[in-house]
Design a protein around this ligand. Sequence first.
Ligand code: NOJ
Length: 534
Amino acid sequence: MTTRWWQSGVIYQVYPRSFQDSDGDGIGDLEGIRRRLEHLVWLGVDAIWISPFYPSPMVDFGYDISNYTDVDPRFGDLAAFDRLLAEAHDRDLRVILDLVPNHTSDRHPWFVESRRDRGSERRDWYLWRDPAPDGGPPNNWLSEFGGSAWTLDPATGQYYYHAFAPEQPDLNWRNEKVREAMFDVMRFWLDRGVDGFRVDVMWHLLKDAQFRDNPPNPEYVEGAMSPYRKVIPAYSTDQPEVHDVVAQMRAVLEEYDERLMIGEIYLPVDRLIDYYGRDGEGAHLPFNFHLISTPWDARELEVMIDRYEGALPDHAWPNWVLGNHDQSRIASRIGAAQARVAAMLLLTLRGTPTIYYGDEIGMRDVEIPPGQVVDVRETTAPGRGLGRDPQRTPMQWDESANAGFTRGTPWLPLPADAAECSVEAQRSDPGSMLRLYRRLLQLRRSDPALAIGTYAPLPATGSILAYVRQHGGRRLAIVLNIGGKPAGWPVPEDLRGAEPLLSTSGRPDVISADRELTVAGDTGLVLEVPAGRA
Ligand code: NOJ
């Protein structure tokens, strides 16, 4: 089987508002990304996925799109996009765009026309329902951002459905015209040369045709969980028919060479793998978020990794994600020391890794003073800790003002230690997180055992997580201490004499792995098994 670029490659997510500002308005832009491509080449990633930069009222910072085939002036214009794409390609970097097909902005001309009157030609492009007999919402479906997922349009007397904010009405994917319109959007960008899409909330695209009530969630704990979880979204998400739509999207990509489709899907492993399609006609990479949702414990991680590996059909290529613009930063979730071990885990597991911008320098969630909170998930449900501003703060480049992100006022604050925790400071520090990421990426690129080799778990107990990656006669053992204290690992007989190739601590912690290996706390090791022992 030939290896595709996205199998051996590593993806890097750029949140465009926060990467680099070039015009001083305090918001990052496409020209800023272009100027920073050198960092990504030096780091050693293969592709960038750019979160939405299309025209948008910015209620959900670009995930509410009012025109799918243009660039919001805050981010630049189509010419700036073409320059970025051409320069990225010159540097062998692929460019993946965010496709947001589930919903538009309420200012999108399609919705403006749809809401105009019940007889509008585009009425059926969205999900309109009559009120319940008591005048309330048509059913009990909830918005991921809080409250009912239905908003009444008083002028026409019907409710429309929105899985997210009321300003983000859901499109009706049962309507053929909607499908064709969105497939044309895909072709617009594919014709321009983009290398693929990350498809927003893929598992939301289709809803129950009868709009049945969702069942209550018996495990719901008021106050401890997002109110969205009061009901189980059995009828509002993950409907069997969604796979036909995903296959159609894939077919559009297949009109072109080697383009990639990633699906954003928050589901348990057994449901997630359906998105590859029965015969591989679905997404190339249904995003696997289980490194984010699994408790940071060696045994829990081991079970999850084995379950995922075990569930993948032969045609499916795995993938791993440690962070994104919706999740608390990894360094804040598990601490700076374990974040180094997590980097090794992400970059040594079998499958395509996705790195969130700034995680390579160990950026942490930044506390946002109340007056500066801007995320809709926080402003509509204050105090619940659902806001995503802390993980979206500007990239920390150097010791100049605003860490080199902008010469204006940054749209979100930077932390006090931004200059020390910056790309510039870490580039010259051999022990830094940045240099660790770079070494791991170099090793992955040069060693097929890591890039495309097989995965097998190794027996371990306590805080140790261990596995082996193999390609041909080349074998690497990865031994990670997920705890803060030193821990022993009995070296399997066929791995004795393995030598450390890379340690997260940068120190030569072990001379060679004999019968028992002691791994320092918060440390991960890649061990090279001498040739001939494989
Ligand atoms: C998922 C995106 O990652 C998130 O940022 C956004 O709020 C929702 N989809 C709605 O588009």
